[in-house]
Design a binder for this molecule. Sequence first.
Ligand SMILES: [Ca+2]
Ligand SMILES: [Ca+2]
Ligand SMILES: [Ca+2]
Ligand SMILES: [Ca+2]
Length: 347
Amino acid sequence: MKSVLSRPVAVMICLTAMAFLLSAMPTWAITITNVTTDTVIFSTDFESETEVSSLPYADPSVDADPTNPGGVGTWIVNEGDGQATHVQVTNSLTSPDPGPFQGDNYVRVMRTSYYTHALAMTSAPQTNAGDVIQMEEMVFISSGEQAGSPVAAMGIVSESKGLLSHLLLDQSGVVFNSVSGSGNALIPELVFFPNAWNKLEQTYVVGADTYDATLNGITVTGLALYDTANVGSVGGVRLTGNGSQSTYYDACIPGVDIQVIPGDANGDQTVDDVDAAILAANWQGTGKRWKDGDFNLDGNVDDMDATLLATNWQADTPAASVPEPSTFVLAMAGLMALAATTRRKRS
Ligand SMILES: [Ca+2]
Ligand SMILES: [Ca+2]
Ligand SMILES: [Ca+2]
Ligand SMILES: [Ca+2]
């Protein structure tokens, strides 16, 4: 590490970081935990990496593969077409890079060939049938991604690196479960926010032929595995990017939860004018998604969605108190004005 800091400052930062890491370790992410044996079998937040790109994607000056110094488990990086820029640890704050979620460093993965990915391999294969394996990570996909091209953001792999689960996140804000031979099935309950950090978790019981997925606090159980031929061992997690820009991954911050709030179209955890404008712009639209203002996931943006937005107006957590009646009326009035403007524009 370059010593650009004065010694007292550096010592203070180190002590603070150590205290934080110690308190954070049980819930570090990208984390894979054997819940049954209470053992962290993979963890990284990319903060200890020595080779880090400070430039926006793609930075041709460094390879910057994750190596996980001091962490639990190992990385296997496959830059399928041989270009070292397709998996890089970075601390870039420059768009299109989103900036980190935890600490300074995070990783970006771009897939120009099917084979480009990074594997977070556990410290040991988990082979005890019935053991509960839990993983979590933060993922960011820019809304400028290639439309209609799903992103394999997280797949549990077996000891032999064969896919157990294959969860696909799409820049349009939808999630698919991929099953070998059967294609991709939409998971309508799950909400993915493009252009925002999302919290993704998966749980797999060793030997089972289904898994559970939790995205931004919403859980769907009993999802079919990608390939049941790989049942019997858990070796790690595969992270993949999209075909036109990078997909970004970082650790979860312990104690900070990203949760879906009805009315929060853009996933910034607050229901406000920005969300009302998104809803108004899509008013009376069909074939819509959460990111368009369809908060009850029926495909239409209408009164029911406006009511959900108004009910959660200025909510910054799902448990926030109900707004004062005056606030509620103001919100509804503003919303209806926006909606009326949109209607007039269209007629
Ligand atoms: Ca690289
Ligand atoms: Ca980090
Ligand atoms: Ca919002
Ligand atoms: Ca709706």
